[in-house]
Ligand binder design. Structure first.
Ligand code: SAH
Ligand code: SF4
Ligand code: F3S
Length: 458
């Protein structure tokens, strides 16, 4: 769930200073970028996707793996060259790298004017105003844990879909993970705030929301609530058709959530529940708080209670000390659970994490790569087999847009979060279409339209 992406150009007030915003990292960063767009629009900034007309370049960054940071550094290298020709270009780094590295980023990159951390982005417009006015260099990385979630309802990925933050930060201490350092401790938003925000989005045409949290199924615990309560509250909202939530943590799974997923029709048929490994020794060393058997038990329970439910995985390969036997345990788990999608990552040691300096990165890179390739092949075969069984079945697809490769094709997702491609009119985007699956590969499901449900979205 962490592929680095470049955001589509958000559009703002015409005529103001122009900002080019580039977003890397996970959905949380994408949503934070939307909040940044809202804050900058309110302050009169405009947006562009063309380097040459930008007055400011803002990078919303990710620290999860070394490669994610590397991409940002090489980008800053290119921007530094551009800035030599245009010294008044304002350059800022926001997000997880800003929180992790703070002032040292300014030292490393003379072309950089400011860094704004994950809990400080509401101040981004003030910071940018100051930088542009008198050229001061600013580090803003000490924001309060209660981040303002003020948003512009119309800044979102699509007319029919929106992300909603339900909690920020993370109270776990998985030994490989930089997120608690970059996003701080867990804070849940109150139920009514979330309900009201979703209500406003639905009034504006949204039919699908994705609730975001690092351990989203721990939402509300401080206030005696559970994610199940929130799903049930949102189930009541007329006009809302789908509620997704990412990412759940196996240690926080309970019957209450499975009950509410089984009872709430809107709560999708998909649970992203990263196992990380199938080896108990690795899970202990990662401090994940569950065993592989406990994970299997959750998967069994979920599949027994919710017919058709699919599960998504994240897996780390080559964590310190991972032997061939540990890796085989992961292979077994993956083969047994049969995830509908899986993100497989080679372990990347991160400064400041509990594992840093304590657990040697002792699995050679070629071994990591070989294990990764093997697991990718196994996962592809699992997906291909599952996709085959779907041929001839019908799915209600919420259309997300035209395929980049072939504009005559549309793509969208069903309730189980499968991506489905089919031929149709661009005007069906943001509507529900009934599609029958006719063909498949490991990566794609393709089908033909059975019916367009009229005016699903106003
Ligand atoms: N909060 C979520 C995921 C956060 S990061 C959870 O607990 O599942 C997304 C994924 O990146 C993780 O699930 C993990 O698989 C991967 N990841 C995190 N740190 C990593 C590291 N240092 N090296 C490789 N993969 C990592
Ligand atoms: Fe990182 Fe673990 Fe928190 Fe997920 S639960 S964000 S992997 S520390
Ligand atoms: Fe997300 Fe990357 Fe930060 S995965 S939380 S943007 S470190």
């Amino acid at each position: 769930m962490n592929d680095a992406v470049l955001s589509p150009p958000p559009h703002g007030v015409a005529g103001g200073p122009k900002v080019l915003l580039e977003v890397f990292g996970c959905q949380m960063n994408k949503l934070d970028a939307e909040l940044v767009v809202g804050a900058l629009k309110r302050s009169g900034y405009d947006f562009t996707d063309r380097d040459e007309e930008a007055d400011a370049v803002l990078l919303v960054t990710c620290s999860i793996r070394d490669q994610a940071e590397h991409r940002v550094h090489s980008h800053l290298g290119e921007i530094s060259v551009a800035k030599r020709a245009r010294p008044d270009l304002a350059v800022g780094v926001l997000g997880c790298m800003a929180s992790r590295e703070g002032e040292s980023l300014l030292k490393r990159w003379p072309a950089l004017d400011f860094v704004v951390g994950t809990r400080d982005f509401p101040s981004v417009a003030t910071v940018l105003d100051e930088v542009r006015a008198d050229g001061t260099r600013i580090v803003a990385v000490d924001g309060s844990p209660q981040v303002s979630e003020e948003r512009e309802i119309d800044v979102r990925p699509a007319k029919s879909r929106a992300y909603v933050t339900v909690m920020r930060g993370c109270d776990k201490r998985c030994t490989y993970c930089v997120v608690p350092n970059t996003r701080g401790l867990e804070v849940s938003r109150p139920m009514e705030d979330i309900y009201n925000e979703v209500h406003r989005l639905v009034d504006d045409g949204v039919v699908e929301v994705t609730l975001l949290g690092q351990t989203v199924n721990a939402w509300g615990r401080g206030a005696g609530n559970s994610l199940g309560d929130l799903l049930e509250r949102l189930e009541e909202l007329d006009g809302l058709r789908r509620v997704r939530f990412i990412t759940s943590h196996p240690e926080e799974m309970d019957d209450r959530l499975i009950d509410s997923m089984a009872n709430c029709h809107k709560a999708g048929l998909f649970l992203h529940l990263p196992p990380q490994s199938g080896s108990d020794a690795m899970l202990r060393r990662m401090a994940r708080g569950y065993t592989a058997d406990r994970y299997r038990e959750i998967a069994r329970e979920l599949k027994a209670r919710i017919p058709g439910v699919q599960m998504g995985a994240d897996v780390i390969i080559g964590f310190p000390g991972e032997t061939d036997a540990d890796f085989e345990s992961t292979v077994e788990l993956v083969e047994e659970v049969r995830f509908s999608q899986a993100f497989l990552f080679r372990y990347s040691p991160r400064p400041g994490t509990p594992a840093w300096g304590r657990l040697a990165d002792d699995v050679p890179d070629d071994v990591k790569r070989a294990r990764l390739a093997r697991l990718q092949k196994i996962q592809a075969a699992i997906q291909e087999e599952r996709h085959q069984t779907l041929i001839g079945t019908r799915h209600e697809v919420l259309v997300e847009g035209q395929s980049r490769r072939n504009p005559r094709m549309l793509f969208g997702r069903n309730l189980a979060f499968d991506r489905i491609v089919f031929e149709g009119e661009p005007s069906w985007t943001d509507r529900f279409v009934d599609v029958e699956i006719t063909d498949s590969t490991a990566l794609t499901l393709s089908g033909k339209r059975v019916e367009v449900v009229p005016a699903a979205c106003p």
